[in-house]
Design a protein around this ligand. Structure first.
Ligand code: DX5
Ligand code: ZN
Length: 220
């Protein structure tokens, strides 16, 4: 089994010290930096744009995992790729031309992901699964950090894993929302390969200890 990757979501970091926060989680063992882009339309919150991604790229040594919670994602793919995104994930609920969007992301040599809100059925990715590099299962309704994990999503993660296995392709299965030390085992058992964690990491006292705690649970 490949190593489970941990992607701290900077949504819950101290933005006054963004650079230091990123260095600290990298040193603690982060595998990628998860960046939540919100537009105030698709989700009721406004966060980070390409300018900030560009600044992060200058200091980060690991992959930038950009989660676009925005309407008309097509309009902004090039901006985020130019800013330094390594993975670009769009929401299937926002895009009527997903094939094209995936093509554009991949034409830049970047990984293309598709994300599903909790109520969005897995059938929405059935016909595009052979094109994507990553499927992101939301385990909260997107918009904010620190929300409660929706347990019934474990069934969906398992089904997504089965769909992925049937393709025979190396597609990452990412989970995002309310992932914590106490539920991480279940999520990994269900098949997740990338764990997004915001508050669990950034609101902890010691990032290194938190990473050790989580690694011990998922590898033990
Ligand atoms: C929610 C975002 C998440 C969020 C996760 O809309 O997509 O990435 O930052 O934060 P926690 O881990 O606190 O739920
Ligand atoms: Zn996210």
């Amino acid at each position: 089994m490949n190593k489970i990757q941990i992607a701290p979501s900077i949504l819950s970091c101290n933005f006054l010290h963004l650079g230091q926060e990123i260095k600290d989680v990298e040193e603690a063992g982060a595998d990628m930096i998860h960046i939540d882009v919100m537009d105030g339309h698709f989700v009721p919150n406004i966060t980070i744009g390409p300018m900030v991604v560009e600044a992060i790229k200058k200091i980060s040594k690991i992959s930038l995992d950009v989660h676009l919670m925005i309407e008309n994602p097509d309009m902004y793919i090039n901006n985020f790729v130019d800013a330094g995104a390594d993975i670009v994930t769009i929401h299937v609920e926002t895009d009527s031309h997903i094939f094209r969007t995936i093509e554009v992301i991949k034409s830049h040599g970047k990984k293309a992901g598709v994300s599903l809100n909790p109520s969005t059925p897995l059938s929405s990715v059935e016909y595009i699964i052979n094109e994507v590099d990553l499927i992101l299962i939301m385990t909260v309704n997107p918009g904010f950090g620190g929300q409660k994990y929706i347990r019934s999503m474990e069934k969906k993660i398992k089904k997504a894993k089965e769909m992925i296995e049937k393709t025979g392709r190396a597609i990452d299965l990412e989970v995002d929302g309310g992932i914590k030390a106490q539920n991480v085992k279940k999520v990994v058992e269900a098949g997740a390969s990338i764990l997004v964690m915001g508050t669990e990491i950034f609101h902890s006292k010691n990032y290194k200890e938190k990473f050790l705690e989580i690694r011990k649970i998922i590898e033990g």
